[in-house]
Design a protein around this ligand. Structure first.
Ligand SMILES: Nc1ncnc2c1ncn2[C@@H]1O[C@H](COP(=O)(O)OP(=O)(O)O)[C@@H](O)[C@H]1O
Ligand SMILES: [Mg+2]
Length: 638
């Protein structure tokens, strides 16, 4: 008998399952029934083009057979079955991408967070919660040969030729001594009703009474989503969600709808509570399932949803698509375009409702998936306004959770207060005519930035944007509620004059500033686009501003980190004419434009501004020398 070793990860998964799910042993049944249902789905799909796969066994069914004499529980299906190689591959390895890293994370959290395990799809191995020996006998559809896999769940398993009259898989669980109650019919009925009632195939309890085989169906065996909503319980919805997603946590929200008209379909969509660990992996699957006339035709049908809603889970079942759809065909299908549009609308409606009726849940959702939702602003003009209304922002008026945003490097916590664009507009100050924002690495860094000074002096609220996508998102929104979004870091920001502040006309001072600006232009040639006096600053002597369309410093940094060599975009340098340091330099410049001290002084202004926008210095040593010289002067002068 050829012995195989489990892949190392399997051992880790097995011990995780045993150690963290010991108080939920009965979940094994729903996992095995769920696998049986998947196998039946796959068979039915392949039979569309190869009807002869159904020969010899026309029934699509799951059977549960307690054998009291041997202490064995059998779960059998007439599904697609497994070949010898598939038995080895599917039951001997953990195939999911990113499994190494995720397992390490799991092992760390397993004690406090059992729900994470479910995401991993540990399904089959849950058999070892109740059995000390498992044998799987399977005959793949279309094959004449059957094989038996068996293992006591330690280090090895074996696979050998076996007998099986027809297509499908039987799983024999040799129950642990304290699990024999699972052979009781009522216990089994109860478990099936609780966990597997949504399954669209018949689940039969098979028993032999007086030498005769009796089969008794335990579930409704109709696609849950086709039943009237009023007849579906929360538990049934939840179990179906679990089956489709492997998520052990209940979902955050759901929408179940029927669309009638030119294209008819049923949709059942959920928002998960947490992001799957591999959401950012391009190979990530498990999004939307596509059914045609109740038959699962595609497991991970990304064509139903736009990319920016890729966190949504669920299914669509339509009678208006051909059973033999392919991904290529879907690309071209007008029917699918209609479905996609409707599905998108339903998700956006659901988010609207959630934001209105359950703000706490919406906040949790936004904390987890907001950055993905915002991609929709950039790529999908059609939904821009509705998505913009769903965005939430941190601002100079919102509070951050103590210890999270203001302090640490993490830019935002789900608990932080946020503001919607509508609320921002509603509380705008008199005379304010735009929605102001700044973008940067963290809330803490932005709060200290010079760009806020003049806005805050006028009492204006400023949105603090810290996600990488935000610069593009804000530019895409462009306008909301009739108000323009204005990046306070841009060169062309024009602010209304502050109340009671008449523009000063101090000819001598402005001559000085002009002389200083001109000296700066010479000293900083090649580094800045232009130098000019500005009214945006209050406490800072100078700052750098972005040209229209230029990339902010923190994004340049992100691009560099990801290996893209991009030159630093040239900024404009704006100087604060009412700052004492600037005035003093202006006076020096007015007196003698070629004063040798001027050069170092303007370079220092520039360097200080670089630091304020979060950029690295070109010449840190030079900066240190200039600063030291200045300090020495200051001490000398006192
Ligand atoms: N009854 C079955 N019939 C056919 N294949 C099965 C059956 N049970 C399990 N498998 C195979 O074993 C794999 C592992 O199952 P499982 O551990 O539950 O993970 P998942 O269901 O998340 O893929 C399945 O993906 C499937 O390929
Ligand atoms: Mg499974």
């Amino acid at each position: 008998m050829p012995a195989h070793s489990f892949q190392a990860e399997v051992g880790r998964v097995l011990s995780l399952v045993i150690n963290s799910l010991y108080s939920n042993k009965e979940i094994f049944l729903r996992e095995l029934v769920s696998n049986a249902s998947d196998a039946l789905d796959k068979l039915r799909f392949r039979a569309i083009t190869e009807p002869k796969l159904l020969e010899g066994e026309p029934d699509l069914v799951v059977r549960i057979r307690p054998d009291k004499e041997r202490g064995v529980l059998v779960i059998e299906d007439t599904g697609i079955g497994m070949t010898e190689a598939e038995l080895v591959e599917n039951l001997g390895t953990v195939a999911r991408s990113g499994s190494q890293a995720f397992l390490a994370q799991l092992e760390e959290n397993a004690k406090k967070d059992v729900s994470l395990i479910g995401q991993f799809g540990v399904g089959f191995y849950s058999a070892y919660l109740v059995a000390d020996e498992v044998t799987v006998t399977s005959r793949a559809a279309g094959s004449d040969h059957a094989f038996r896999w068996s293992s006591s769940g330690k280090d090895t398993f074996s696979v050998e030729p076996a007998e099986r009259a027809t297509r499908g898989t039987s799983i024999e669980l040799h129950l642990k001594p304290d699990q024999k109650n699972l052979l009781d019919e009522w216990t089994l009925r109860d478990l099936v009703r609780r966990y597997s009632d949504y399954i669209a195939y018949p689940i039969e309890l098979e028993s032999t009474k007086e030498g005769k085989v009796e089969r008794d169906r335990m579930n409704k065996a109709a696609a849950l989503w086709q039943r009237p909503k009023a007849e579906i319980t929360e538990e049934q919805y939840e179990e179906l969600y679990r089956h489709l997603t492997h998520d052990y946590e209940p979902p955050l929200a759901r929408t179940h709808f029927r669309v009638e008209g030119n294209v008819e379909f049923v949709g059942l969509l959920w928002l998960p509570k947490r992001a799957p660990f591999d959401l950012d992996d391009p190979r990530h699957q498990r999004g939307m399932r596509l059914f045609v006339k109740r038959v699962l035709v595609m497991d991970d049908c990304d064509a139903i949803l736009p990319q920016w809603l890729r966190f949504v889970r669920g299914l669509v079942d339509s009678d208006d698509l051909p059973l033999n759809v392919s991904r290529e065909l879907l690309q071209e299908s007008g029917t699918l375009r209609t479905i996609k549009k409707q599905v998108t609308k339903r998700v956006v409606d659901l988010l609207d409702e959630l934001a209105k009726d359950k703000p706490e849940d919406y906040r949790a959702f936004y904390g987890t998936f907001g950055r993905i939702l915002k991609e929709g602003l950039v790529v999908d003009g059609e939904w821009k306004d509705r998505v913009a209304a769903l965005t939430r922002w941190s601002s100079t008026e919102t509070k951050a959770t103590p210890g999270s945003a203001e302090g640490g490097p993490s830019s935002r916590s789900d608990q932080d207060e946020t503001v919607s664009l509508a609320d921002y507009v509603a509380r705008m100050k008199e005379g304010q005519d735009a929605i102001y924002y700044v973008t940067g690495e963290s809330r803490a860094a932005l709060l200290g930035s010079p760009y806020l000074e003049a806005l805050r002096a006028r009492g204006y609220e400023v949105l603090l944007m810290t996600d990488a996508v935000d610069t593009w998102a804000a530019e895409a929104i462009a306008e909301h509620g009739g108000k323009k979004l204005v990046n306070a870091m841009r060169a062309d920001v024009k602010l209304p004059a502050k109340d009671g502040e008449a523009p000063k006309d101090d000819a001598e001072a402005s001559k000085g500033i002009e002389a200083l600006a001109s000296a700066a232009r010479t000293a900083l040639e090649g580094k800045v686009r232009d130098v000019k006096a500005s009214s945006r600053l209050v406490d800072s002597p100078a700052c750098l501003v972005l040209a229209q369309g230029a990339m902010p410093a923190h994004l340049e940094k992100i691009m560099k980190q990801s290996g893209k060599e991009i030159p630093r975009g040239k900024r404009g340098l704006e100087i604060n004419p009412s700052h004492p340091a600037v005035k003093r330099r202006g006076a020096i410049a007015a007196e003698n434009p070629s004063d040798p001290r001027l050069r170092d002084l303007v370079v220092l202004l520039y360097e200080q501004s670089l630091l304020a926008e979060g950029s690295p210095l070109d010449d840190p040593n030079g900066f240190a020398k200039r600063l030291t010289a200045l300090l020495v002067q200051a001490v000398g002068a006192s």
